[in-house]
Design a protein around this ligand. Sequence first.
Ligand code: KIV
Length: 271
Amino acid sequence: MKEQAKPKTVTTRTILESKKSGEKVAALTAYDAITARILDEAGIDIILVGDSLSNVFQGNDTTIPVTLDEMIYHAKIVTRAVKRALVVVDMPFMSYQVDAQETLRNAGRILKETGASAVKVEGGKAIAESVGRMTEIGIPVMGHLGLTPQSINKFGGYKPRGEDKEEAAGIISDAKLLEASGVFSIVLEKIPARLAARVTKGVGVPTIGIGAGPQCDGQILVYADMLGLTREFKPRFVRHYANIADEMQKAFSAYVSDVKKGSFPADEESY
Ligand code: KIV
């Protein structure tokens, strides 16, 4: 019997190698099995179980409230559905900021309990030591710089970061520090395209942009935003590839109307 060709899985090495090959990395978030399976079958490279789960799935205003246990619960569900893509899990607020020991314990839980292959953390200098310890012991880490939503209470809003010289220089030096600490990629969120291009040229690991222009080595969006599920949220960097919220509303209204009229179920839908 002929052996069936298995689809090649994406690893952190694949992502690192994309920097050399020039192949762009396509990444999206997912928090549930149905979405993760469809994304995987569509050929996505990275599925991020983002802490945007807090906003999109739990209905919170920020990413601050989501817990480590909740992230682990959703990450388990996502990895169960994924055969090919690299699954990365966000470490939630205060699960890696205290010290390196606690960070290792929490990152270890994520990898052991979920089957995901990597974690993502926000920040540069302040967490570089912990990032170094994780990568040293074999926990792959994705960095995240620019608009880091877990720092929303410090920023006081979601305006682009790195627009002044000092903050731009900080982002460049943080990116180099993260690279030296062993990250396999860095998310750049909501920074000027020119700054993102400088960071991308200045580091040897792929940059994954969200609102950071076309020069990044890859792109990421929150799946619910690009599907038009979060209708009210339409910042400049989100492209709507569909208007699923409208489609859902139409379908739900049609169902309500059919049930009220008694036209659902029909004879052929009954036993
Ligand atoms: O939590 C998330 O979805 C993210 C992406 C926006 C990069 O961090």
